[in-house]
Design a protein around this ligand. Structure first.
Ligand SMILES: NC(=O)c1ccc[n+]([C@@H]2O[C@H](COP(=O)([O-])OP(=O)(O)OC[C@H]3O[C@@H](n4cnc5c(N)ncnc54)[C@H](OP(=O)(O)O)[C@@H]3O)[C@@H](O)[C@H]2O)c1
Length: 274
């Protein structure tokens, strides 16, 4: 049966590289992106890769109304979602970083949960694959008040690290709550990737002068594709992976207690029901 794969951040970088591979393998691909020109080009690119009935949905994840409208469009177009790739994100400062990199994906996953469970079969769960980062290690996330404008989060790298902690904590708690419903959430670190990410950071751009440090997006997407395709029995619900192997995160990003508290605070912040 043809799978339906929804890719947030599908208009560029890792998300687009993954979407092209899903399309080439015969999956129906739904791309979410923010920039109209990039999204149009991405749609043409997945068509060229073999997608038969692709859909592109534009939404700025900084705007909750646009997230909800995008979810409604996806739900109207797809009676089930086999894989949700929760990948959109960027390097910004303040609460906006948490909104885009965590809360938008959190809300979208809730709004598509019925479509995910509709795709689940015994022994073949639907999947949520989240793009996390090593940057979680320096996050300073307040799990009870994730949108609090803290002084720390004036630094975009600290704000970004906190949002990536949130990605991992989301994965841990989603596994606890949604595995019984037939949904398998995992997360991965793509490595350092030659994409548009952090193009405003002089240090990050300087690093790109050393090509061996940075992977091309299609290589970085390998673990994402593997988490979407590998037999579910070999994957750990809530697990974090790098190069197809389990990867260690800091206890702040894997604590069940923090995961539960962030989930409750995220429900409050988004207004979605559990
Ligand atoms: N690059 C790295 O070294 C690296 C390392 C670790 C983790 N990551 C993570 O990998 C993920 C993908 O990044 P990438 O490297 O592929 O970078 P990218 O080429 O900049 O792609 C980012 C994607 O996210 C979308 N996006 C960003 N802000 C958005 C917003 N406000 N609303 C909706 N969509 C938005 C972009 O949409 P538009 O293009 O339409 O604006 C784009 O499709 C991110 O979560 C990033 O944190 C990247």
């Amino acid at each position: 049966m043809t799978r339906t794969v929804v890719v947030t951040g599908g208009s560029a970088g890792i998300g687009l590289a993954a979407a092209r591979r899903f399309a080439a393998a015969g999956d129906r691909v739904v791309l979410l992106g923010r920039h109209e020109g990039r999204l149009d080009a991405a749609l043409a690119s997945v068509r060229a890769a073999g997608a038969t009935d692709p859909l592109a949905v534009r939404a700025d994840f900084a705007d909750r109304a646009q997230v909800r409208a995008a979810a409604a469009r996806v739900a109207a177009a797809c009676d089930r979602v086999d894989v949700l790739v929760n990948n959109a994100g960027g390097l910004t400062r303040g609460a906006a970083c948490l909104r885009v990199n965590h809360l938008a994906g959190f809300e979208l996953a809730h709004l598509l949960l019925e479509r995910l469970t509709a795709a689940a079969r015994p022994g073949a769960p639907a999947r949520i694959v989240t793009t996390a980062s090593l940057a979680e290690a320096w996050g300073v996330l307040d799990v009870d008040r994730p949108l609090r404008e803290s002084l720390w989060h004036r630094s975009r790298w600290l704000a970004y690290g906190s949002s990536k902690q949130a990605n991992l904590l989301f994965t841990v708690e989603a596994a606890r709550r949604w595995s019984p419903l037939g949904v398998l959430p995992t997360a991965f670190f793509p490595g350092l990737v030659r994409s548009r990410f952090a193009s405003t950071s002089p240090l990050f751009m300087l690093g790109k002068l050393i090509p061996v440090l940075y992977a091309a997006p299609h290589r970085a997407a390998d673990t994402l594709l593997w988490l979407a395709d590998a037999p579910a029995a070999g994957l750990t619900p809530g697990g974090y992976y790098f190069l197809r192997q389990p990867f260690a995160a800091t206890p702040r990003s894997t604590s069940l207690d923090r995961a539960g508290r962030l989930w409750r605070a995220s429900l409050t912040a988004t207004g979605v029901s559990s």
